[in-house]
Design a protein around this ligand. Structure first.
Ligand code: GRG
Length: 302
């Protein structure tokens, strides 16, 4: 079997596992009294497709240290809950105002705005419920580190802050200077922080040494940047039907493409792939699938 096939199988396997855990989560939420309308909207957001890249990274990075997928599944599901909540809120009319996500109507289109806001809130809370529970890790100190790490990655100095920087230029008609450092910082917060944390979380669960943890963090940062460059290229050049969401949404925005141009962005992606290979080398042959993930992210078409 080719290495690329190994990666595809592992990504599909991770998606199946994570979807099983998310199904169970929905059952747990139903049993604990979540109103049916809210639950239906949360299911629409969390179980309506998606590549499941972030949970895959948690499972693979924990797997580097011999951790079975079952022992990293709660953390992986928590991260996916945060990601799905961010997509629901990002799609709202007050933010990006999108009608299509993962090839389906966005949550506020399938339900309505107030339900979509609450579904996002419910998913964010569910993430921390998952991480705080004993199933996430037997050691409460590790659980506390996972909780704090996800809060930091998703909060004001992470994803939410990045979203704010992105929107304020647009909504407050405050055009930002086309400055690569600004765009890189914004993207590292908005998209990069969760991807980086997925890798770090795997290391935390697996008991990585400080050096191994630093390598996972570095890889996560490089992968997050590659993901964003690829996302910008897809917005500029991709096909909406294949992507299952609108394209050409970035026109007029400060993005890596608008600042650096398509040719330089593509060159940067190749450079990042080489850098990720060097970052992963000390983690040994088990990290080969993570390198394949880097190639997948850099050359993805959906
Ligand atoms: C609303 C707090 C808040 C944050 C929103 C993640 C995000 C921040 C906005 C999403 C807008 C967007 C398209 C960002 C570009 C990168 C990105 C997160 C793409 C979607 O992630 P994928 O490709 O999606 O992993 P799937 O559907 O595969 O899970």
């Amino acid at each position: 079997m080719g290495v690329g096939q190994v990666f595809s199988q592992r990504l599909e396997g991770a998606a199946r596992l994570i979807e099983g855990r998310l199904e169970l989560l929905m059952d747990q939420l139903a049993a604990s009294g979540t109103p049916p309308r809210l639950l239906a909207a949360m299911r629409h957001a969390a179980l309506g497709g998606g590549k499941r890249l972030r949970p895959f990274l948690v499972l693979e990075c924990a797997g580097l240290f011999g951790v079975p997928a079952s022992a990293a599944l709660s953390t992986a599901a928590a991260l996916e809950c945060v990601h799905c909540y961010s997509l629901v809120h990002d799609d709202l009319p007050a933010m990006d105002n999108d009608a299509l996500r993962r090839g389906q109507p966005t949550v506020h289109k399938a339900f309505d705005e107030w339900t979509a806001i609450l579904a996002g809130d419910g998913l964010l809370s569910a993430a921390f419920w998952l991480l705080g529970g004993a199933e996430a890790h037997p050691d409460p100190q590790i659980r506390a580190q996972l909780v704090c790490g996800l809060a930091a990655a998703s909060g004001g100095a992470g994803m939410v802050g990045g979203q704010c920087l992105d929107l304020e230029a647009d909504k407050l008609r405050r055009p930002v200077a086309p400055d690569l450092a600004h765009v890189e910082r914004l993207q590292a917060m908005k998209t990069g922080a969760l991807i980086r944390f997925a890798c770090e979380a795997g290391g935390l669960i697996g008991g990585a040494t400080a050096e191994q943890q630093a390598a996972l963090k570095r890889y996560g940062e490089q992968l997050g940047l590659a993901f964003q460059i690829a996302d910008d290229l897809l917005d500029a050049e991709g096909d909406a039907a294949r992507l299952g969401k609108a394209t050409r949404k970035d026109r007029g925005k400060a993005t890596i493409i608008s600042v650096a141009g398509v040719a330089r962005a593509k060159q940067w992606l190749s450079q990042l792939k080489a850098e990720m290979a060097a970052t992963l080398a000390p983690l040994g042959p088990r990290a080969e699938v993570l390198l394949q993930a880097a190639h997948f992210v850099a050359s993805r078409t959906a």
